[in-house]
Design a protein around this ligand. Structure first.
Ligand SMILES: Cc1ncc(COP(=O)(O)O)c(C=O)c1O
Length: 427
């Protein structure tokens, strides 16, 4: 089953282009450029993109056998190491592709939004690399919890525009960037950071990210002679997910699992309803957000509800339309884990494998523990679905999350966290 979009940018009933009239010429210009340069490799665009991904980005990233996790779960666990990509997350695949495309289109200015700061950082790096002026919009809540990336963006020469509207997270940052783009369409390209937004963004971002599954497919064959039984990835907007799944979608025997942020663990309170979360695939309904019809967190009136996750990169009320469609078609399973489980998984990978994961990626790892760990929830069907050889997309590294982890670990009862209190104020 291929989920390639049609010319109108629809994935089943999702997707489309719900944008102000003023943006339509820019979107049509982008669609044309995407088809010529990316799909048809006009002027050798894709050759240059791949060369830069290799020499600047450090691709291919390894597919690593995680020995200790494999022992713990009695399955063979492989990590697709996107944390080792330049900048520390999968985001560079897309940012580099879009900034290069903007150059080919003759654009002179880049704008982008960022949540966890990883996409902003990757865009700032790609813009410096390709000599383009760059402005990043970031919500003030995220500026507070992802400070290392704020400094990285500035150091790479990007201007940073704080967004104070709403909760000051990704949703508001995207809205502000759309506004900037609508005002400056002639010379500006908006580097959308996930498989969201109006067509052709969801499809184009998936194509730039699909290098993950293209490599993982080949590396699986080299490492264990066949394809994996399952691929597991965390889902915020869903770009690492779609990147990790894209080249496996037609392999019906490979199970694809998207792990959303259950936030406060989806506990249902009699009065308050479902606790705050970011699991739009599992708990959302159909609505329009940021130019596309998709699954969104909304109230009974169709108003977008504030999302919550301990991880800034998953803290979003929507999800990519293609992923929503694949879930409806039962090609992808949507599951979720909560904040505490993600924090535990963060510490587990750090201690057992010597890899500090991004809090986003820790959600994918936490799902393994939920289904296969010593205190597994006894869901035999989920355990069967995972099979013997499991590829987990390690979408990023956790350096950006250290402050949040120290603070949150201190507030909660995370059983496997080291005691850091004696070092809190320095020695
Ligand atoms: C490391 C990492 N993983 C995952 C995500 C979630 O984004 P997406 O769902 O588009 O992959 C982010 C977002 O910032 C991120 O930084």
């Amino acid at each position: 089953m291929s989920s390639d979009s049609t010319a109108d940018g629809k994935f089943g009933e999702y997707g489309g282009q719900y944008v102000p009239e003023a943006l339509m010429p820019a979107i049509e210009e982008l669609r044309d450029a995407y088809e010529r340069y990316v799909l048809e490799n006009e002027d050798g665009f894709m050759d240059e993109f791949r060369e830069r991904l290799r020499d600047f980005g450090g691709r291919p990233t390894p597919l690593q056998h995680a020995e200790h996790l494999s022992d713990r779960y009695g399955r063979e666990i492989y990590l697709k190491r996107e944390d080792l990509l330049h900048g520390g997350a999968h985001k560079l695949n897309n940012a580099l592709g879009q900034v290069l495309l903007a150059k080919y289109m003759g654009k002179e200015r880049i704008v982008a939004e960022t949540g966890a700061g990883q996409h902003g950082t990757a865009t700032a790096m790609a813009a410096a690399h390709l000599d383009m002026p760059c402005e990043i919009y970031m919500g003030e809540t995220d500026i507070g919890r992802q400070r290392p990336n704020v400094f990285r963006m500035r150091i790479n020469g990007a201007e940073l525009n704080p967004v104070t509207a709403g909760r000051g997270t990704l949703k508001e940052a995207i809205s502000e960037t759309m506004r900037d783009w609508a005002t400056n369409v002639d010379d500006t390209h908006y580097v959308v950071g996930s498989v969201v937004g109006p067509a052709p963004f969801p499809e184009m971002v998936r194509e730039f990210q699909s290098v993950i599954s293209e490599e993982a497919r080949k590396q699986s064959r080299e490492k264990f002679g066949t394809l994996p039984d399952s691929v597991v990835a965390c889902a915020g907007g869903g770009s690492n997910t779609m990147g990790a799944f894209a080249r496996f979608v037609d392999d019906e025997d490979v199970n694809l699992l998207a792990v959303e942020a259950g936030g406060s663990s989806l506990a249902v309170d009699e009065e308050e309803g479902v606790a705050p979360n970011s699991a739009s695939l599992s708990t959302g309904g159909q609505g329009v957000l940021h130019g596309a019809r998709t699954k969104v967190l909304q109230d009974e009136w169709g108003q977008i509800v504030e999302s919550h996750s301990v991880s800034a990169g998953l803290d979003y009320a929507g999800v990519g339309p293609e992923l929503a469609h694949l879930v409806d078609e039962d090609r992808v399973d949507a599951v979720n884990v909560g904040d505490d489980a993600a924090l535990e998984a963060f510490h587990r990978l750090s201690q057992e494998e010597g890899i500090i994961p991004a809090l986003e990626s820790a959600h994918a790892l936490a799902f393994l523990e939920q289904v296969l760990g010593p205190a597994a929830d006894g869901d035999d069907e989920a355990a069967d679905d995972l099979g013997d050889r499991i590829v987990v997309n390690l979408s990023g590294r956790g350096d950006k999350d250290l402050e949040t982890v120290i603070e949150e670990t201190d507030k909660r009862d995370i059983p496997n966290a080291p005691d850091m209190s004696e070092f809190a104020g320095g020695l």
